[in-house]
Design a protein around this ligand. Structure first.
Ligand SMILES: [Zn+2]
Length: 393
Protein backbone atom coordinates (compact mmCIF):
# COMPACT_ATOMS: atom_id res chain seq x y z
CA UNK A 1 0.00 0.00 0.00
CA UNK A 2 2.93 2.29 0.72
CA UNK A 3 4.42 1.58 -2.69
CA UNK A 4 0.99 2.11 -4.33
CA UNK A 5 0.84 5.66 -2.96
CA UNK A 6 3.73 6.57 -5.26
CA UNK A 7 1.94 7.43 -8.49
CA UNK A 8 -1.42 6.81 -6.82
CA UNK A 9 -4.40 8.05 -8.87
CA UNK A 10 -7.67 9.69 -7.82
CA UNK A 11 -9.55 6.45 -8.46
CA UNK A 12 -7.32 4.46 -6.12
CA UNK A 13 -5.20 3.07 -8.96
CA UNK A 14 -1.57 3.59 -9.91
CA UNK A 15 0.12 5.54 -12.70
CA UNK A 16 3.83 4.85 -12.42
CA UNK A 17 5.36 4.76 -15.87
CA UNK A 18 8.87 3.50 -16.50
CA UNK A 19 11.77 5.90 -15.80
CA UNK A 20 9.53 8.75 -14.60
CA UNK A 21 9.92 10.75 -11.38
CA UNK A 22 7.32 8.49 -9.74
CA UNK A 23 9.19 5.35 -10.67
CA UNK A 24 12.44 6.88 -9.41
CA UNK A 25 10.74 7.65 -6.09
CA UNK A 26 9.48 4.06 -5.90
CA UNK A 27 13.05 2.81 -6.49
CA UNK A 28 14.16 5.01 -3.56
CA UNK A 29 11.57 3.41 -1.30
CA UNK A 30 12.69 -0.10 -2.24
CA UNK A 31 16.31 0.85 -1.59
CA UNK A 32 15.42 2.01 1.93
CA UNK A 33 13.65 -1.32 2.54
CA UNK A 34 16.71 -3.19 1.28
CA UNK A 35 18.96 -1.15 3.59
CA UNK A 36 16.73 -1.91 6.55
CA UNK A 37 17.16 -5.67 6.12
CA UNK A 38 20.78 -5.56 5.06
CA UNK A 39 20.54 -6.43 1.36
CA UNK A 40 23.16 -5.13 -1.06
CA UNK A 41 21.88 -3.09 -3.99
CA UNK A 42 23.02 -3.31 -7.62
CA UNK A 43 21.87 -1.98 -10.96
CA UNK A 44 22.90 -2.57 -14.57
CA UNK A 45 23.15 -0.66 -17.84
CA UNK A 46 19.38 -0.85 -18.49
CA UNK A 47 18.60 0.17 -14.86
CA UNK A 48 17.23 -3.14 -13.63
CA UNK A 49 17.53 -3.09 -9.84
CA UNK A 50 18.85 -6.01 -7.76
CA UNK A 51 18.69 -6.55 -3.98
CA UNK A 52 20.95 -9.31 -2.78
CA UNK A 53 20.99 -11.55 0.30
CA UNK A 54 24.40 -13.19 0.46
CA UNK A 55 24.71 -16.97 0.60
CA UNK A 56 27.54 -19.00 2.10
CA UNK A 57 28.89 -19.51 -1.44
CA UNK A 58 29.24 -15.90 -2.48
CA UNK A 59 30.22 -16.70 -6.07
CA UNK A 60 27.34 -19.11 -6.76
CA UNK A 61 24.76 -17.95 -9.33
CA UNK A 62 21.87 -16.44 -7.36
CA UNK A 63 18.30 -17.64 -7.05
CA UNK A 64 16.31 -14.64 -8.23
CA UNK A 65 12.73 -13.52 -7.68
CA UNK A 66 10.93 -10.27 -8.51
CA UNK A 67 8.89 -8.57 -11.20
CA UNK A 68 8.33 -4.92 -12.15
CA UNK A 69 7.13 -1.68 -10.52
CA UNK A 70 6.07 0.25 -13.61
CA UNK A 71 2.33 0.28 -14.37
CA UNK A 72 -0.21 1.05 -17.04
CA UNK A 73 -1.37 4.73 -17.01
CA UNK A 74 -4.61 3.60 -15.35
CA UNK A 75 -3.13 0.55 -13.66
CA UNK A 76 -3.62 -1.14 -10.31
CA UNK A 77 -1.59 -1.63 -7.15
CA UNK A 78 -0.65 -5.28 -7.60
CA UNK A 79 0.43 -6.01 -11.19
CA UNK A 80 4.20 -6.39 -10.90
CA UNK A 81 4.48 -4.60 -7.56
CA UNK A 82 3.22 -7.69 -5.74
CA UNK A 83 6.06 -9.83 -7.09
CA UNK A 84 8.66 -7.33 -5.90
CA UNK A 85 7.13 -6.81 -2.46
CA UNK A 86 6.65 -10.58 -2.07
CA UNK A 87 10.39 -10.95 -2.72
CA UNK A 88 11.19 -8.63 0.19
CA UNK A 89 8.78 -10.43 2.49
CA UNK A 90 10.10 -13.86 1.49
CA UNK A 91 13.73 -12.87 2.05
CA UNK A 92 12.89 -11.33 5.40
CA UNK A 93 11.09 -14.53 6.41
CA UNK A 94 14.12 -16.59 5.40
CA UNK A 95 16.39 -14.30 7.44
CA UNK A 96 14.13 -14.54 10.48
CA UNK A 97 13.90 -18.33 10.21
CA UNK A 98 17.65 -18.56 10.76
CA UNK A 99 18.18 -20.43 7.48
CA UNK A 100 21.41 -19.31 5.82
CA UNK A 101 21.14 -20.06 2.11
CA UNK A 102 24.06 -21.61 0.26
CA UNK A 103 23.43 -19.54 -2.86
CA UNK A 104 22.62 -15.84 -2.83
CA UNK A 105 18.92 -14.97 -3.05
CA UNK A 106 18.04 -11.80 -4.94
CA UNK A 107 15.07 -9.61 -5.76
CA UNK A 108 15.03 -8.02 -9.20
CA UNK A 109 12.97 -5.10 -10.47
CA UNK A 110 12.85 -5.35 -14.26
CA UNK A 111 12.73 -2.02 -16.09
CA UNK A 112 9.67 -1.15 -18.20
CA UNK A 113 7.70 -4.36 -18.31
CA UNK A 114 4.43 -2.69 -19.29
CA UNK A 115 5.60 -0.78 -22.33
CA UNK A 116 3.06 1.96 -21.70
CA UNK A 117 5.63 4.76 -21.95
CA UNK A 118 8.28 3.14 -24.15
CA UNK A 119 6.75 0.46 -26.37
CA UNK A 120 7.12 -2.50 -26.62
CA UNK A 121 7.78 -3.34 -22.98
CA UNK A 122 9.92 -5.96 -21.21
CA UNK A 123 12.94 -3.81 -22.00
CA UNK A 124 14.82 -4.65 -18.81
CA UNK A 125 14.42 -8.41 -19.10
CA UNK A 126 15.02 -8.39 -22.86
CA UNK A 127 18.21 -6.35 -22.57
CA UNK A 128 19.40 -8.50 -19.66
CA UNK A 129 18.85 -11.76 -21.54
CA UNK A 130 20.07 -10.32 -24.84
CA UNK A 131 16.79 -11.14 -26.56
CA UNK A 132 16.55 -7.64 -28.04
CA UNK A 133 19.55 -5.53 -29.06
CA UNK A 134 20.39 -2.71 -26.67
CA UNK A 135 20.84 -0.23 -29.57
CA UNK A 136 17.26 -0.87 -30.64
CA UNK A 137 15.87 -0.43 -27.10
CA UNK A 138 17.75 2.83 -26.47
CA UNK A 139 16.28 4.58 -29.51
CA UNK A 140 12.60 3.95 -28.67
CA UNK A 141 10.75 7.24 -28.08
CA UNK A 142 7.83 8.05 -25.81
CA UNK A 143 4.88 10.22 -26.97
CA UNK A 144 6.84 13.38 -26.13
CA UNK A 145 9.76 12.32 -28.30
CA UNK A 146 12.01 11.48 -25.33
CA UNK A 147 14.31 8.59 -26.18
CA UNK A 148 14.71 5.66 -23.80
CA UNK A 149 18.44 6.39 -23.54
CA UNK A 150 17.75 9.91 -22.18
CA UNK A 151 15.26 8.72 -19.57
CA UNK A 152 17.60 5.86 -18.67
CA UNK A 153 20.60 8.13 -18.13
CA UNK A 154 18.50 10.43 -15.99
CA UNK A 155 17.38 7.52 -13.81
CA UNK A 156 20.87 6.05 -13.44
CA UNK A 157 22.23 9.50 -12.57
CA UNK A 158 19.80 9.65 -9.62
CA UNK A 159 21.60 6.68 -8.05
CA UNK A 160 25.29 7.35 -8.61
CA UNK A 161 26.44 5.22 -5.67
CA UNK A 162 24.79 1.97 -6.69
CA UNK A 163 27.25 -0.58 -8.06
CA UNK A 164 26.81 -1.54 -11.71
CA UNK A 165 26.71 -5.18 -12.74
CA UNK A 166 26.99 -6.73 -16.16
CA UNK A 167 23.90 -7.74 -18.08
CA UNK A 168 23.17 -11.44 -18.44
CA UNK A 169 25.02 -12.79 -15.39
CA UNK A 170 24.17 -16.45 -14.70
CA UNK A 171 21.26 -17.33 -12.41
CA UNK A 172 20.43 -20.61 -10.69
CA UNK A 173 16.72 -19.98 -11.20
CA UNK A 174 14.17 -17.21 -11.61
CA UNK A 175 10.79 -17.36 -9.86
CA UNK A 176 8.24 -14.60 -10.49
CA UNK A 177 5.25 -14.18 -8.20
CA UNK A 178 2.41 -12.31 -9.89
CA UNK A 179 -1.34 -11.81 -9.69
CA UNK A 180 -3.19 -14.01 -12.18
CA UNK A 181 -4.85 -11.10 -14.02
CA UNK A 182 -7.62 -13.54 -14.92
CA UNK A 183 -10.58 -15.15 -13.13
CA UNK A 184 -9.60 -18.84 -12.96
CA UNK A 185 -8.07 -19.22 -9.47
CA UNK A 186 -10.79 -17.13 -7.87
CA UNK A 187 -13.47 -19.26 -9.55
CA UNK A 188 -11.77 -22.45 -8.38
CA UNK A 189 -11.26 -21.07 -4.88
CA UNK A 190 -7.58 -22.07 -5.04
CA UNK A 191 -5.06 -19.66 -3.45
CA UNK A 192 -1.93 -20.69 -5.40
CA UNK A 193 -1.45 -21.22 -9.12
CA UNK A 194 1.67 -23.07 -10.27
CA UNK A 195 2.20 -21.61 -13.72
CA UNK A 196 2.79 -24.24 -16.40
CA UNK A 197 3.80 -21.84 -19.16
CA UNK A 198 2.89 -18.70 -21.07
CA UNK A 199 0.62 -18.63 -24.09
CA UNK A 200 2.20 -17.20 -27.20
CA UNK A 201 1.01 -14.31 -29.30
CA UNK A 202 1.46 -12.92 -32.80
CA UNK A 203 0.87 -9.24 -33.52
CA UNK A 204 0.15 -7.72 -36.90
CA UNK A 205 -0.63 -4.39 -38.49
CA UNK A 206 -2.82 -4.36 -41.58
CA UNK A 207 -2.90 -1.40 -43.95
CA UNK A 208 -5.81 -1.18 -46.41
CA UNK A 209 -5.56 1.34 -49.23
CA UNK A 210 -8.47 2.46 -51.43
CA UNK A 211 -9.50 5.80 -52.91
CA UNK A 212 -11.22 8.88 -51.53
CA UNK A 213 -14.45 9.96 -53.20
CA UNK A 214 -17.62 12.03 -52.82
CA UNK A 215 -20.18 10.30 -50.57
CA UNK A 216 -23.05 11.52 -52.77
CA UNK A 217 -21.80 11.26 -56.31
CA UNK A 218 -19.39 8.33 -56.55
CA UNK A 219 -21.36 5.20 -57.62
CA UNK A 220 -21.07 2.30 -55.20
CA UNK A 221 -19.75 0.02 -57.93
CA UNK A 222 -16.82 2.37 -58.64
CA UNK A 223 -15.72 2.77 -55.05
CA UNK A 224 -12.57 1.57 -53.38
CA UNK A 225 -13.80 1.89 -49.80
CA UNK A 226 -10.95 0.93 -47.48
CA UNK A 227 -13.25 0.72 -44.45
CA UNK A 228 -15.64 -1.76 -46.08
CA UNK A 229 -12.72 -3.93 -47.15
CA UNK A 230 -11.20 -3.83 -43.65
CA UNK A 231 -14.53 -4.87 -42.13
CA UNK A 232 -14.77 -7.83 -44.54
CA UNK A 233 -11.28 -8.92 -43.50
CA UNK A 234 -12.01 -8.65 -39.78
CA UNK A 235 -15.34 -10.44 -40.22
CA UNK A 236 -13.66 -13.30 -42.10
CA UNK A 237 -10.95 -13.64 -39.43
CA UNK A 238 -13.47 -13.52 -36.64
CA UNK A 239 -15.30 -16.41 -38.23
CA UNK A 240 -12.16 -18.40 -39.03
CA UNK A 241 -10.75 -17.97 -35.51
CA UNK A 242 -14.01 -18.66 -33.71
CA UNK A 243 -12.70 -21.87 -32.16
CA UNK A 244 -11.74 -23.04 -28.71
CA UNK A 245 -9.00 -21.17 -26.85
CA UNK A 246 -8.20 -18.62 -29.57
CA UNK A 247 -7.97 -15.00 -28.40
CA UNK A 248 -8.39 -12.65 -31.36
CA UNK A 249 -8.37 -8.87 -30.87
CA UNK A 250 -8.44 -5.84 -33.10
CA UNK A 251 -7.81 -3.09 -30.56
CA UNK A 252 -6.45 -0.41 -32.85
CA UNK A 253 -8.44 0.88 -35.82
CA UNK A 254 -7.69 4.08 -37.69
CA UNK A 255 -9.74 5.41 -40.61
CA UNK A 256 -8.72 8.26 -42.82
CA UNK A 257 -9.60 10.84 -43.78
CA UNK A 258 -12.25 10.05 -41.09
CA UNK A 259 -14.82 12.64 -42.21
CA UNK A 260 -18.54 11.97 -42.74
CA UNK A 261 -18.91 12.71 -46.44
CA UNK A 262 -15.75 11.20 -47.90
CA UNK A 263 -15.31 7.55 -48.86
CA UNK A 264 -12.51 6.25 -46.58
CA UNK A 265 -9.28 5.77 -48.48
CA UNK A 266 -7.07 4.29 -45.78
CA UNK A 267 -7.46 2.02 -42.79
CA UNK A 268 -4.79 0.79 -40.41
CA UNK A 269 -5.76 -1.87 -37.90
CA UNK A 270 -4.06 -4.23 -35.47
CA UNK A 271 -4.40 -7.95 -34.91
CA UNK A 272 -3.37 -9.62 -31.67
CA UNK A 273 -3.86 -13.37 -31.79
CA UNK A 274 -3.02 -15.79 -28.97
CA UNK A 275 -3.22 -19.52 -28.40
CA UNK A 276 -1.61 -21.77 -25.76
CA UNK A 277 -0.46 -24.31 -28.37
CA UNK A 278 2.53 -23.16 -30.40
CA UNK A 279 1.66 -25.15 -33.56
CA UNK A 280 -1.92 -23.89 -33.60
CA UNK A 281 -0.78 -20.32 -33.08
CA UNK A 282 1.60 -20.67 -35.99
CA UNK A 283 -1.10 -22.06 -38.27
CA UNK A 284 -3.65 -19.38 -37.31
CA UNK A 285 -1.16 -16.56 -37.70
CA UNK A 286 -0.08 -17.89 -41.08
CA UNK A 287 -3.70 -17.77 -42.29
CA UNK A 288 -4.04 -14.03 -41.69
CA UNK A 289 -2.36 -12.85 -44.87
CA UNK A 290 -4.54 -15.07 -47.08
CA UNK A 291 -7.78 -14.07 -45.33
CA UNK A 292 -6.94 -10.39 -45.81
CA UNK A 293 -6.02 -10.92 -49.46
CA UNK A 294 -9.24 -12.87 -50.20
CA UNK A 295 -11.40 -10.17 -48.64
CA UNK A 296 -9.69 -7.03 -49.85
CA UNK A 297 -12.26 -6.37 -52.64
CA UNK A 298 -11.08 -3.52 -54.89
CA UNK A 299 -8.55 -2.21 -52.34
CA UNK A 300 -4.90 -3.02 -51.78
CA UNK A 301 -3.78 -4.63 -48.56
CA UNK A 302 -0.46 -4.95 -46.78
CA UNK A 303 -0.06 -7.28 -43.76
CA UNK A 304 2.94 -6.72 -41.48
CA UNK A 305 3.85 -8.97 -38.57
CA UNK A 306 5.39 -6.75 -35.88
CA UNK A 307 5.96 -9.14 -32.96
CA UNK A 308 5.91 -12.87 -32.23
CA UNK A 309 6.22 -14.64 -28.90
CA UNK A 310 6.20 -18.42 -28.89
CA UNK A 311 4.06 -20.32 -26.41
CA UNK A 312 6.38 -21.76 -23.79
CA UNK A 313 6.37 -24.35 -21.02
CA UNK A 314 8.28 -23.85 -17.77
CA UNK A 315 10.53 -26.78 -16.74
CA UNK A 316 8.97 -29.58 -14.72
CA UNK A 317 11.52 -29.47 -11.91
CA UNK A 318 10.70 -25.83 -11.13
CA UNK A 319 6.96 -26.47 -11.27
CA UNK A 320 7.40 -29.49 -8.98
CA UNK A 321 9.52 -27.46 -6.55
CA UNK A 322 6.80 -24.78 -6.27
CA UNK A 323 4.00 -27.29 -5.90
CA UNK A 324 5.93 -29.39 -3.33
CA UNK A 325 6.64 -26.24 -1.34
CA UNK A 326 2.92 -25.47 -1.27
CA UNK A 327 2.08 -29.05 -0.30
CA UNK A 328 4.56 -28.99 2.60
CA UNK A 329 2.81 -25.90 3.88
CA UNK A 330 -0.59 -27.60 3.48
CA UNK A 331 -1.62 -25.08 0.83
CA UNK A 332 -3.90 -26.12 -2.01
CA UNK A 333 -2.46 -25.38 -5.45
CA UNK A 334 -3.33 -25.99 -9.09
CA UNK A 335 -1.44 -25.81 -12.36
CA UNK A 336 -2.45 -22.82 -14.49
CA UNK A 337 -1.39 -21.42 -17.85
CA UNK A 338 -0.47 -17.73 -18.01
CA UNK A 339 -2.62 -15.96 -20.57
CA UNK A 340 -0.58 -12.74 -20.31
CA UNK A 341 3.10 -12.13 -21.02
CA UNK A 342 5.58 -11.51 -18.18
CA UNK A 343 9.31 -10.91 -17.71
CA UNK A 344 9.52 -14.62 -16.88
CA UNK A 345 8.99 -15.17 -20.62
CA UNK A 346 12.43 -13.70 -21.32
CA UNK A 347 14.13 -15.33 -18.32
CA UNK A 348 12.87 -18.74 -19.49
CA UNK A 349 15.57 -18.57 -22.17
CA UNK A 350 18.24 -17.66 -19.60
CA UNK A 351 17.82 -20.03 -16.65
CA UNK A 352 15.29 -22.50 -15.16
CA UNK A 353 12.24 -20.29 -14.63
CA UNK A 354 8.81 -20.55 -13.06
CA UNK A 355 5.92 -18.41 -11.84
CA UNK A 356 3.47 -18.47 -8.93
CA UNK A 357 0.04 -16.86 -9.35
CA UNK A 358 -2.26 -15.36 -6.77
CA UNK A 359 -6.00 -14.96 -7.41
CA UNK A 360 -7.21 -11.41 -8.03
CA UNK A 361 -10.71 -10.04 -7.66
CA UNK A 362 -12.88 -10.95 -10.68
CA UNK A 363 -9.72 -11.29 -12.73
CA UNK A 364 -9.62 -7.51 -13.16
CA UNK A 365 -6.20 -6.11 -14.05
CA UNK A 366 -4.67 -3.25 -16.08
CA UNK A 367 -7.41 -1.33 -14.33
CA UNK A 368 -7.49 1.01 -11.33
CA UNK A 369 -9.99 -1.32 -9.66
CA UNK A 370 -7.47 -4.19 -9.53
CA UNK A 371 -7.77 -5.83 -6.11
CA UNK A 372 -6.46 -8.84 -4.17
CA UNK A 373 -7.11 -10.41 -0.78
CA UNK A 374 -4.16 -9.76 1.56
CA UNK A 375 -4.48 -13.34 2.84
CA UNK A 376 -4.10 -14.73 -0.72
CA UNK A 377 -0.99 -12.62 -1.30
CA UNK A 378 0.45 -13.80 2.02
CA UNK A 379 -0.24 -17.43 1.07
CA UNK A 380 1.58 -17.09 -2.26
CA UNK A 381 4.44 -15.33 -0.50
CA UNK A 382 4.85 -18.22 1.94
CA UNK A 383 5.10 -20.63 -0.99
CA UNK A 384 7.60 -18.28 -2.64
CA UNK A 385 9.77 -18.15 0.50
CA UNK A 386 9.95 -21.95 0.79
CA UNK A 387 10.61 -22.32 -2.95
CA UNK A 388 13.47 -19.80 -2.84
CA UNK A 389 15.00 -21.38 0.26
CA UNK A 390 14.92 -24.83 -1.39
CA UNK A 391 16.43 -23.65 -4.66
CA UNK A 392 19.16 -21.77 -2.78
CA UNK A 393 20.15 -24.71 -0.58
ZN1 LIG B 1 2.93 -7.51 -14.66
Amino acid sequence: MKLARIGGTENDGVCRLALTDEEIEARRLLITWADEIGLSVYTDDISNLFFCLEGTETDAPPVVTGSHIDSQPTGGKFDGAFGVVAGFEAIQAIQESGVVPTKPIEIVVWMNEEGSRFSPGMMGSEAFTGRRPMEQILEVKDVNGIRTVEALEKTLAMFPNIKRRSLGFPMTAFIEAHIEQGPILEELGVPVGVVTGIQGSRRFRVRVTGDEGHAGTLPMSDRKDALFSALEMIGAMRQAFDTDQVKFTTGLFQVSPNVPSVVPSNVLFSIDIRHPDGQTLKRLGNAISGLCEENRGPCAVEVMEIATSDSLEFPNEIRACISNSAQELGIENKPILSMAGHDARQLHYHCPTGMIFSPCEEGISHNEAENCEPSDLATVTRVLAVTLAKLAS
